[in-house]
Design a protein around this ligand. Structure first.
Ligand code: SF4
Length: 109
């Protein structure tokens, strides 16, 4: 089965052994995007983007998908994140990363 998440490493960078080991791919078997046109998740067309986001909203593994993306992308800037993952656009994932980092700093203070 081809899932979008299976494409992510080829679009971003080859995953390190650590990230490959971290990924629990079992959730991908339930991905709502499985079997759909991956281009919808990597488009600049607003209608296609809306279609992909609607699929994500109904996805039973949205949280796992998002956490996988957040882990894999780490502290990358918005311009170095690609496609819709976990129901979020690249800039939305970057904003989430920044918010988490700020919350962690406040918690550590
Ligand atoms: S949340 Fe979206 S991108 Fe992630 S597995 Fe589900 S449908 Fe695919």
């Amino acid at each position: 089965m081809t899932t979008l998440m299976g494409l992510a490493p080829t679009i971003n960078a080859a995953p390190s052994d650590e990230s490959a080991a971290w990924q629990n791919v079992s959730w991908m078997e339930q991905a709502a995007c499985a079997g759909r046109d991956p281009e919808l998740w990597f488009t600049f067309d607003a209608d296609e983007e809306a279609t992909a986001l609607a699929v994500c909203r109904s996805c039973p593994v949205l949280e796992s998908c998002l956490e996988d993306a957040m882990h894999e992308e780490g502290g990358r800037g918005a311009a170095s994140r690609f496609g819709i993952r976990g129901g979020l656009l690249p800039n939305e994932r970057f904003n989430r990363y920044k918010a988490r980092a700020q919350a962690e700093r406040r918690g550590a203070a």
